[in-house]
Write a protein that binds this ligand. Structure first.
Ligand code: SAH
Length: 239
């Protein structure tokens, strides 16, 4: 069964959006992945199909209603649906390559995109939503977060990435940031390619790449090097 994502959103026309292009677009066209949308407003209350209301306790903005969201979730994810139910949320666990890999190995995901101030807290517990953040900044809605998550997942699906090997040496897969890349021309604006890369000595190339990956990780993301092997550390964070 192909990976299937159901997106609950007030803006269904945002999908597949950029995922209709390039690698993901081809995967969707081939049927290796499928994205469907559920328009939350269809589950809204009354003539005006209200989906939000003022926050209990007062304050700015609007909150998406638990009853409306639960109806949309139950429609998208009936009993027996094994897919994880995700809420895009700045309070969520930061998305990692490890979680992306787990999702790619599974049947798909049901993804709720928040808007306004967010969602009524009760629906998070009431429908066992896993809160996932794509970073420490605030988006205006969960849709771009869902697109980011799905882009990362779809490129890992079997047969999607042309050169499967390139996936294994990439940043985060090895626990290190990736080494620098070069291609022709050999000289550009007075800058040349490091000699070792054109030496033909594959062992030396490997050693250089590993040393560069370590140097760049130490400089830019020392947090990735701390403690035990980063790969294990990250998978534990997600368990
Ligand atoms: N009032 C909230 C922000 C709401 S932003 C707060 O201060 O935490 C509106 C919606 O955008 C959220 O419900 C969520 O679905 C989405 N969103 C915003 N930032 C996000 C992020 N960093 N990662 C994932 N989703 C995010």
């Amino acid at each position: 069964m192909a990976f299937r994502a159901s997106i609950l959103t007030l803006y269904p026309e945002m999908f597949p959006g950029p995922l209709g292009q390039s690698l993901a677009g081809k995967a969707l066209a081939r049927g290796d992945a499928a994205i469907d949308t559920v328009f939350i407003r269809e589950f809204g209350i009354g003539k005006h199909r209200m989906v939000d209301d003022t926050p209990a306790g007062g304050g700015a903005g609007m909150v998406m209603r638990a009853d409306v969201l639960a109806a949309a979730i139950d429609h998208a994810s009936p009993p027996g649906d094994e897919r994880p139910r995700i809420l895009m949320s700045p309070r969520g666990k930061p998305l990692t390559q490890c979680r992306v890999r787990e999702l790619a190995a599974g049947p798909g995901a049901v993804i709720l995109c928040g808007r306004f101030e967010g969602v009524d807290e009760r629906v998070i517990a009431g429908r066992s939503l896993e809160e996932i953040s794509i970073g420490d900044y605030i988006l205006s809605g969960g849709e771009l977060g869902a697109l980011v998550l799905l882009d990362a997942v779809i490129r890992l699906l079997p047969g999607v990435m042309g050169n499967a090997l390139s996936g294994e040496t990439e940043s985060f897969e090895t626990g290190l940031l990736e080494h620098p890349h070069y291609t022709r021309p050999a000289e550009w604006e007075g800058r040349s390619i490091p000699d070792v890369l054109t030496s033909g000595d594959h062992g030396a190339v490997e050693r250089w790449r590993h040393a560069e990956a370590e140097r760049i990780t130490r400089e830019r993301r020392p947090d990735l090097l701390q403690g035990e092997a980063p790969r294990r550390r990250r998978s534990q964070e997600n368990s």
